[in-house]
Write a protein that binds this ligand. Structure first.
Ligand code: XIL
Length: 440
């Protein structure tokens, strides 16, 4: 070929190629892709070009439905627990002062739902009176200030108890280094007077004596079941009965704050067995003598399947019949929680399936229906749960170490459980459980 023709052909070819190729940058949609593509891709011949890949059909993404039931405990859309029973009985919870910081979700939760508070541990003698003559009121003062600020009724827990007493309490100048009757009576007087007068008119209800009865229905708890009170103080009035230390405690409490409601508190009374009978007989005897006892506290650390609501209700009725001896006598539920395990079940964890949630919710619904009936009869004036949410319950690790429980109305994230709905509106249990299913 002639050299000029050859050049002309080259020029023509160049022009043709330039006209056919659309520079990538000219297509704005592809601009970013062009940057990302490798030079090898761009240089590919038509034969090498990959088949156009079919875009997979996009699965419609289902938006999770906004929760209607399992809402945060402080959410305004949830009914308030105390308002749900207003005029029937008060509703409370055990708290710890480190949880009571204003402007927190916990604070918003407790002020929304409860009109009664009690300290879980901080008003027990081992913390308040750690050494003879030394009183530590820091936490109790904070608790009482909180209660006054929010206008709640406060329970003082607890004055006379064999457990969580300071080390020095039962030691003294008696035989084997034990406190004498006089020493122990004088300590009781100092303690009850000091603590109750400090909070006179501010703490309305006191668990004056806690867990004083034998688990075997043998009457009083004695040394074989961990209490030295009866053995040390003995029979002061010579009536052959060793409950004099209980009587003294109530007289002292009444003298310190005559307007306070004075409660004798114990566990397992709701099971309706020999322990209830001996508790009842003893309190009846004291009321007949004029001991100022204003009510019986049923702790109610119960389980999902035990005892039956009917048995529990009979126990309330039996104790409430003591109003024959003191017309103001009331029953209070003081430490309610519903373990999802049998007491000594050694399993460490149980999945909160919708079925288990429904079972717990129904259990709570049946209980609160019964509490309502009892309040309507004038038998019951207060129901307190032992804690607020599952994330901080004494039943984690107790009585089985490492066991994770779910005994309360709010879950570990402090969201309402179906059990919450069981308490405020049992017709909502199925929908709340359906929401558990969706969330899982
Ligand atoms: C429990 C507290 O919840 C625990 O934190 C503590 O370690 C032991 O005491 N009956 C009562 C309560 O009267 O004081 C107990 O509280 C639970 C059983």
């Amino acid at each position: 070929m002639h050299k000029r023709n050859y050049l002309a052909l080259l020029l023509a070819l160049f022009l043709l190629l330039s006209a056919c190729s659309v520079p990538k940058e000219e297509n704005p949609d592809d601009a970013a892709a062009a940057e990302a593509e490798s030079p090898a891709d761009i240089a590919g011949t038509p034969e090498e070009a990959p088949e156009p890949v079919e875009e997979p059909e996009e699965e419609p993404v289902e938006e999770p439905a906004a929760p209607q039931y399992l809402l945060p405990a402080w959410d305004e859309a949830l009914p308030s627990l105390w308002e749900s029973f207003d005029g029937l009985f008060k509703v409370g919870a055990a708290v710890n002062t480190d949880q009571l910081k204003p402007d927190t979700d916990f604070y918003r939760t407790v002020t929304k739902h409860y009109n009664v508070f009690v300290t879980e541990n901080e008003m027990k003698p081992m913390y308040v009176n750690p050494a003879e003559g030394t009183f530590n009121f820091t936490a109790p003062d904070q608790f009482v200030a909180f209660g006054e600020e929010v206008g709640a009724t406060l329970r003082g827990h607890t004055l006379i108890w064999h457990s969580q007493a300071p080390d020095w309490w039962f030691r003294g100048s008696g035989e084997n280094g034990r406190a004498t009757r006089e020493e122990l009576l004088s300590r009781m007087e100092t303690y009850i007077t000091e603590v109750m007068t400090r909070y006179q008119g501010r703490v309305a209800v006191w668990d004056v004596v806690n867990e004083a009865f034998s688990d075997q229905g043998k009457g009083l708890r004695m040394e074989d079941e961990g209490s030295q009170y009866a053995a040390i103080i003995g029979d002061l009035d010579g009536d052959g009965n060793l409950n004099d230390y209980i009587e003294q405690a109530f007289y002292l409490a009444d003298a310190a704050d005559p307007d306070a409601q004075l409660i004798i508190n114990d566990y397992s009374l709701e099971n309706g067995d020999a322990k209830l009978d001996s508790f009842y007989e003893s309190v009846k005897g004291m009321l007949e003598k004029g001991v100022p006892i204003d009510g019986a506290g049923i702790q109610a650390h119960i389980q999902i399947g035990w005892p039956s609501v009917a048995t529990f209700e009979k126990a309330i009725e039996k104790l409430a019949s003591l109003k024959e001896y003191n017309p103001d006598f009331k029953v209070q539920i003081t430490e309610l929680d519903v373990s999802i395990f049998a007491w000594d079940d050694q399993s460490k964890i149980k999945e909160m399936t919708p079925q288990l949630q429904a079972e717990l919710a129904t259990r709570y619904a049946d209980l609160f229906d019964m509490f309502r009936r009892q309040a309507e009869k004038g038998n019951l004036d207060m129901v307190v749960t032992w804690g607020v949410y599952d994330g901080r319950s004494w039943l984690d690790n107790y009585p089985v170490s490492g066991r994770v429980n779910a005994p309360l109305l709010f879950d570990r994230q402090m969201n309402a459980k179906p059990a919450f709905w069981g308490v405020v509106d049992r017709t909502k249990i199925p929908d709340a459980c359906a929401e558990v299913q969706t969330a899982q």
